[in-house]
Design a binder for this molecule. Structure first.
Ligand code: IMP
Ligand code: MG
Length: 184
């Protein structure tokens, strides 16, 4: 694994995003809507630095199935969605890769008539965008590599790493994390 962003660099990026959004919303009450599971650490660190009256909610989106590092079918669950009608909503996700997740989420959430709907991503992967929208707030641009840590996973591992690292090709192919798959 090769470190892409250190814990200190991530903390600086989060502070910058918190300042940017605090400035943008100018004291207006905000609902921060995290996209599970990848956004948990970004949300936890970001909201503690935002100087705004805010509520926190979560929705779930899944596109990476099992061992795949390419997106599969996208599944969205709005089960945990708080009441967002008439509220300013900021969707927070770990990474904007193709942009399909964010585009689909925005389309679904518009139906709940929020006062405004914007999005923030910690990372944006270079050269992968397949949609017309742009995220409103971006922490870091990263190269087109599969990254883990700070909330991002590979087969549900590595989310707890305090830094962001790129997996090497052999680590992506290795089945070491799932011995039961190996034995089949
Ligand atoms: P998109 O719909 O292609 O923009 O993909 C967004 C989702 O894919 C993110 O919320 C992540 O969960 C996942 N994802 C994309 N790239 C990576 C990566 O490099 N590592 C881990 N997860 C990723
Ligand atoms: Mg995700």
């Amino acid at each position: 694994m090769k470190t892409i962003l250190s814990a200190d660099q991530l903390a600086e990026g989060i502070a910058r995003l918190a300042d940017e959004t605090t400035e943008y919303y100018q004291g207006r009450p905000l609902t921060v809507l995290g996209v599970l599971n990848g956004s948990i650490i970004v949300v936890a660190d970001l909201v503690r630095r935002m100087d705004l009256p805010l509520q926190i909610g979560f929705v779930q989106a899944n596109s990476y199935r099992g061992a795949a590092t390419e997106p599969g079918e996208l599944r969205i669950s709005l089960e945990g969605l708080p009441d967002i009608q008439g509220r300013h909503v900021l969707i927070v996700d770990d990474i904007f890769d193709t942009g399909h997740t964010m585009t689909a989420l925005i389309a679904e959430l518009q139906a709940f008539q929020p006062a405004s709907l914007r999005c923030l991503v910690l990372l944006r992967k270079h050269g992968r965008k397949a949609v017309s929208m742009e995220p409103d707030h971006v922490g870091f641009e990263i190269p087109n590599e599969f990254v883990v840590g700070y909330g991002l996973d590979y087969k549900d591992a590595y989310r707890h790493l305090p830094y962001l690292a790129a997996l090497e090709q052999h680590e992506i192919r290795s089945e070491a994390l799932l011995p039961e798959v190996q034995s089949k």
